[in-house]
Ligand binder design. Structure first.
Ligand SMILES: [Zn+2]
Length: 413
């Protein structure tokens, strides 16, 4: 008898309904016809979508809920200053405590794969890395964390970051991060990219770089060309934000997009945070997003991230991938049926490609990590952005979100 049987599931991009059989934490069968198998546990999906677990590809967990402890910021630069001060007081238990307050929010929203940047610099030292490494162990089998060692204060400007970044990788951080614009000059920004790429190659790690967060940056072109020149495998480099791309003239923008595609670089846009942080524009103000439509059209692997959650950068923030997708649709002006369907691929398949997750998807042989949703099509899923009815991890039901049936208001006749 199967451990779990999910009946009448709708799968993204496929016609008809499917039954999914789970055995020993893996999907053993997906079949269109009614499977005669019996399950110890049976879920009737009632024709609703079943999606692989949501993946959050870009969040700063060491900063979550900092807004409850710090003053408010009116710009990104001010937020960076406030966070710098706060980091001096970081302790492993303090950082862990804040992160553990938001982990349940991720789980109940079906987000069980998370790539988090955590700061490594002369202020934070390795405190955030240590905190997330121990939580990664503690939540193993429930949430999969990928840790990006993030030199927020620069690799040249900050005297300790280079050494700390290497140490973080030795301790178990997975990915090399970067923020070239933290440096003092454009030349130093390029050297920042050089250092990060060299360390990634030396340590055999992926690289995930905050590129051109501010409208006047021009580092994306250099990053992409170096990824190509150094022969970094397609899919192993990620560029975040790329807001300046929206400000370039069309010719230069198409050149940079072409390079990103050629380099096989993934792109993550983080509109929830960037639209609240504002930018340096005078009216009319930009939307804090990159050229979403053009990147999608060019076939670049594109996803959206939460970035920040109740900290000096973002007063709100939610792990609800559908709510963030709904917001991304507006930020990126995505409204066609195919674009709407891609909004469900971004927090699932596209983000899984960024994290290079193995055994991901709804097919035989994949890990039984998936969400039984409460909507039958992508448009309704995004429109109502309800939490999954069931969150399944390793074949176990982690969460059941119950929805009461309510009577709709009827207009008086
Ligand atoms: Zn970020």
């Amino acid at each position: 008898m199967a451990d779990l049987l999910v009946r009448r599931a709708r799968l993204l991009g496929k016609d008809g309904l499917f039954d999914i059989v789970v055995e020993k934490g893996e999907i053993s069968k997906v079949a269109k016809s009614e499977i005669q198998e019996r399950g110890k546990e049976v879920i009737d999906a009632e024709g609703n979508l079943v999606l692989p677990s949501f993946v959050e590809p870009h969040v700063h967990l060491d900063k979550v809920l900092l807004a409850e402890e710090t003053r408010e910021a009116s710009s990104i630069s001010e937020a960076r200053e406030i966070v710098k001060e706060a980091k001096k007081k970081f302790t492993v238990s303090g950082v862990s405590k804040r992160i553990e307050k938001v982990i349940p929010l991720a789980i109940e929203n079906g987000v069980t794969k998370i790539r988090s940047h955590v700061d490594v610099d002369e202020y934070a030292k390795l405190v955030s890395v240590e905190a997330l490494l121990s939580l990664k162990k503690k939540y193993s089998g429930i949430v999969d964390f990928q840790i990006v060692a993030f030199p927020q204060e620069g690799l040249l400007k900050d005297s300790e970051s280079l050494e700390l970044l290497r140490k973080a990788l030795d301790m178990g951080a997975d990915v090399v991060g970067g923020l070239p614009e933290a440096e003092l000059s454009q030349d130093d920004s390029k050297r920042h990219v050089d250092h990060a790429i060299a360390i990634a190659i030396e340590a055999g790690r992926d690289i995930d770089m905050h590129c051109d967060v501010l409208p006047f940056g021009k580092v994306t072109e250099y990053f992409a060309s170096e990824v190509i020149r150094k022969g970094i495998e397609a899919g192993r480099a990620t560029a975040d934000h790329l807001i300046a791309l929206s400000y370039y003239d069309d010719y230069y923008a198409s050149k940079v997009i072409g390079l990103l595609k050629m380099a096989g670089i993934n792109v993550i846009s983080n509109p929830c945070t960037m639209m609240t942080s504002g930018n340096l524009d005078r009216p009319p103000r930009g939307r804090g997003v990159t050229r979403i439509k053009e990147l999608l059209k060019a076939g670049v692997n594109l996803a959206f991230g939460l970035d920040n959650l109740v900290d000096p950068y973002n007063p709100f923030g939610d792990f609800n991938a559908l709510l963030n997708g709904w917001f991304f649709a507006y930020a990126g002006q995505l409204n066609s049926s195919s674009e709407i369907e891609s909004l469900l691929e971004m927090p699932t398949l596209s983000s899984a490609r960024i994290l290079r997750l193995k055994g991901y998807g709804i097919e035989p042989g994949s890990k039984a990590d998936f969400n039984v949703m409460n909507s039958k099509d992508p448009r309704s899923a995004l429109r109502f952005h309800q939490k999954p009815r069931y969150v399944i991890e390793n074949g176990n039901i982690l969460v059941e979100n119950r929805y009461e049936i309510t009577n709709h208001y009827e207009l008086p006749s």
